[in-house]
Design a protein around this ligand. Structure first.
Ligand SMILES: *Cc1c(COP(=O)(O)O)cnc(C)c1O
Length: 236
């Protein structure tokens, strides 16, 4: 077994343990997005061959290069179309067109201007792009995401756009070892997610948790975790 396959197996075990210990969101399944930013196509292939299908990229250009190369590859070709590409990094309007043409999900929508750009650029022969509203739950100045109090208004806005499908919320919590503070931020997101589920049809995804904190995130109700270094090793 490749080291990447072994890491994936370990993470799936940890996910099951975390689900069993949940305090919120007991019914939510958990989807693992393998964050492949800075990783080679060969590393992505190792994860793919271990059964991984959802991949997350931070930079549009880097992601699209890999998407195109893998799309033309000869990997188990009947499985290739089951790969799902998530854009998880900040998105500028001038990159929205390229993103809308190639990604299946955009997790970092935090203003109406970006939603408009995606709407305009999503090819009509493709299904609507799945999108999450990124929330700046720690309210750190340098961080992307809409302020929590503005999330509902943005949700209402994007549901009027036919080429976008609002699936839920994403957040990058504060980088801290303080478990209580982490839990509190995850729990605030879970509460906002409940509001979104009541307010909007089709909302089913709460994207919270990375290598360092995905167990805590799942315990608080996360349904999608974005894990890079725990799968592929530390980024250099
Ligand atoms: C890099 C990144 C991740 C993964 O981080 P790891 O610590 O390597 O698991 C998750 N989400 C976002 C938005 C990222 O930029």
């Amino acid at each position: 077994m490749s080291p990447i396959a072994a890491n994936l197996q370990g993470i799936h075990r940890a996910i099951d343990v975390a689900i069993a210990g949940r305090t919120h969101g007991n019914a939510n399944p958990v989807k693992l997005v393998a964050v492949s930013k800075t990783r080679s196509v060969a590393e992505i292939r190792a994860a793919f061959e271990a059964g991984q299908r959802a991949f997350g990229e931070n930079y549009v250009q880097e992601g699209v290069e890999k998407i195109l190369e893998i799309g033309q590859s000869t990997w188990q070709s009947n499985q290739l179309e089951t790969i799902e590409w998530h854009l998880i990094g900040p998105l500028q309007s001038n990159k929205a067109k390229l993103a809308a043409q190639h990604f299946d999900w955009v997790q970092s929508v935090d203003r109406s201007k970006i939603a408009d750009a995606l709407q305009l650029a999503r090819p009509i022969d493709k299904p609507p792009i799945n999108m999450l509203i990124q929330v700046n739950i720690s309210q750190e100045a340098q961080k992307g995401g809409v302020m929590p109090t503005d999330a509902l208004a943005l949700g209402r806005y994007v549901t009027g756009l036919s080429q976008l499908r609002l699936r839920g919320l994403m957040a990058i919590v504060e980088n801290t070892n303080n478990t209580e503070s982490l839990k509190s931020q995850f729990a605030q997101m879970a509460t906002l997610f409940d509001v979104f589920k009541r307010e909007f049809q089709g909302v089913d995804t709460l994207s919270l948790g990375m290598s360092q904190d995905f167990e805590v995130a799942i315990a608080e109700g996360s349904s999608m975790i974005r894990v890079g270094s725990a799968i592929f090793g530390a980024r250099v």
